[in-house]
Design a protein around this ligand. Sequence first.
Ligand SMILES: Nc1ncnc2c1ncn2[C@@H]1O[C@H](COP(=O)(O)OP(=O)(O)OP(=O)(O)O)[C@@H](O)[C@H]1O
Ligand SMILES: [Mg+2]
Length: 260
Amino acid sequence: MSEPILETQGLTRLFGTGEGLVRAVDNVDLSVALGEIISVVGESGSGKSTLARLILRLMPPSSGRILFRGTDVTHLHGYTAKKAYWREVQAVFQDPFASFNQFFSVEHVLESALRLSPVRPSKAERERLIRQSLEDVKLNVSDVLHKIPHELSGGQRQRVMIARAIMLRPHLLIADEPTTMIDASSRATVLNVLLDLHAGYHPTIMFITHDISLAAYVSDRLIIMRQGQIAESGPVDKVMQSPEHPYTRQLFKDSFSLAR
Ligand SMILES: Nc1ncnc2c1ncn2[C@@H]1O[C@H](COP(=O)(O)OP(=O)(O)OP(=O)(O)O)[C@@H](O)[C@H]1O
Ligand SMILES: [Mg+2]
């Protein structure tokens, strides 16, 4: 495998609940190669989003380490350090725009991504970056720029979020169930936007989904998560042809039965 962009070592996150301790992410060791598309697959509650939030440094781990390009980022302190990290590591989530005011325009939402820029770009440069990002996700600039989320379809909203995430060309893009909440007819468009971006500037993509056949379609390698742990992992062909874990076989069965 080529140089890893991301590694986790013994990564663990516990949550205390009324019923006791939940091991949401439990001793996860993973290594993601620069430029690959890797999928994290597992049933609901298996720890996929918690793993994403830990890698994004949106919450601290209970134990373990996260290395990004060989540098320990487990304990980033302060906004400046996090800002530098988030220029390199961006995400899109299941619910597009959930974290934004519903009256913000697309332009405003995209512009806000530029806060991560070390130096604030000039007005002309900001406009260029915003236009470019919308073109990257195949949205018509004049069509969507001044709209608010309600005036867009779910698929368009998710493409705006992808545009925002990739505007500063992060090296790692985490896509957590990006097509789950959008209508079936827009799903392929959103997936193709991600695949075209990958073909264009080769960001490393961590694709999170409960649908193993979708994961197999988009990625090079699969990480199968079960109850916070990695049940198995490997190249897509290997996991598809000879899944080792009964849980993986069940994921394939469920996936194909949902497909029709
Ligand atoms: N903030 C939290 N407080 C308490 N428990 C949590 C918290 N976040 C997640 N959990 C628990 O951790 C486990 C993993 O949750 P997580 O959201 O990471 O799973 P997931 O694989 O993303 O599921 P889904 O497919 O439904 O999105 C679950 O048991 C969940 O209830
Ligand atoms: Mg989740």
